[in-house]
Design a protein around this ligand. Structure first.
Ligand SMILES: NC(=O)c1ccc[n+]([C@@H]2O[C@H](COP(=O)([O-])OP(=O)(O)OC[C@H]3O[C@@H](n4cnc5c(N)ncnc54)[C@H](O)[C@@H]3O)[C@@H](O)[C@H]2O)c1
Length: 260
């Protein structure tokens, strides 16, 4: 029996990186999937490359917008008859190249509009999609929400303050959701990736692959691969994780376990 047989899933940020790996794995495990991204062209390429037939559809939306998030959940209900799994994976890094090339910013360096942008996508997309997914899951008699935060949602960082604030909020919102909806058979859990080979970290991939980072900060000595995060998301989405609720699964090669 495949691990998501008969389940309907929405995966946000499906066109690239971790979201694409989750989408491919979910389809292989028997789910019907709505893959969401902002860019219609990228979603068309994804559809063509996956060639998954009637089990897969794409939906373009800016998930910082509540109405568009509502449209995503409705699309899943109309196309596949309901919703069982929501993977809130969409997100943006924070690279303000005009100020500090290839870097991320402190609060004092972050203009208000940029703060709102990062919070609107990284936290707002989770809030908006979950707001509309929860009633759909209640109708279904249960469900599983898996939120992709970051190790930067668990520890502080000298830079990237909008990003760390959004990811930390995701971790604790997920805990709150888990306490509220457990009685309705809806679980909510968080995956916190370390540094993973995706377009998001392209600006500082040289540093992450440097000996200084690999040996001083990362006990495993390499970056992670999207499938290594997707495997954790699959576990939490599936019934195998029936007693996981409000959990935080760190998948980081041991970065957070290491003292420098
Ligand atoms: N790559 C890493 O090292 C790393 C580490 C920790 C956490 N994460 C988190 O993992 C998640 C996936 O990131 P990734 O590395 O695969 O990056 P990515 O850039 O490859 O993918 C991000 C996806 O999010 C989508 N997206 C962005 N803004 C959106 C919006 N407003 N509405 C809808 N979709 C939107 C993009 O279209 C894209 O599909 C993110 O939440 C990211 O913060 C990544």
């Amino acid at each position: 029996m495949r691990r998501l047989e008969g389940k309907v899933a929405v995966v946000t940020g499906a066109s690239s990186g971790i979201g694409r790996a989750v989408t491919e794995l979910f389809l292989a495990e028997g789910a019907r999937v709505v893959g969401v991204g902002r860019n219609t062209g990228k979603l068309d390429v994804l559809s063509k490359e996956l060639d998954a037939g009637p089990d897969f559809m794409t939906h373009a939306a800016d998930l910082a917008e509540d109405d568009q998030a509502r449209g995503v959940i409705r699309a899943a209900q109309e196309a596949f008859g309901g919703l069982d799994v929501l993977v809130n994976n969409a997100g943006v890094g924070y690279s303000y190249k005009d100020v500090r090339p290839g870097s991320m910013n402190t609060l004092a360096e972050t203009p208000a509009a940029d703060w709102d942008h990062v919070m609107g996508i990284n936290l707002g997309s989770v809030v908006n999609c979950s707001r509309h997914a929860l009633p759909a899951m209640l109708e279904r008699g249960g469900g599983s929400i898996v939120n992709v935060a970051s190790i930067l949602g668990l520890v502080g960082n000298p830079d990237a303050h909008a990003y760390t604030a959004a990811k930390g909020a995701i971790v604790n919102l997920t805990r709150s959701l888990s306490t509220a909806y457990a009685k309705h058979n809806i679980r909510a859990n968080t995956v916190c990736p370390g540094y993973i080979e995706t377009p998001m970290v392209a600006d500082f991939v040289d540093y992450l692959n440097s000996d200084e980072y690999r040996y001083q900060w990362n006990p495993t000595g390499r970056m992670g691969k999207p499938i290594e995060i997707a495997n954790g998301v699959l576990f939490l989405a599936s019934d195998e994780a029936s007693y996981c609720n409000g959990s935080v699964l760190t998948i980081d090669g041991g970065v957070l376990a290491a003292a420098p």
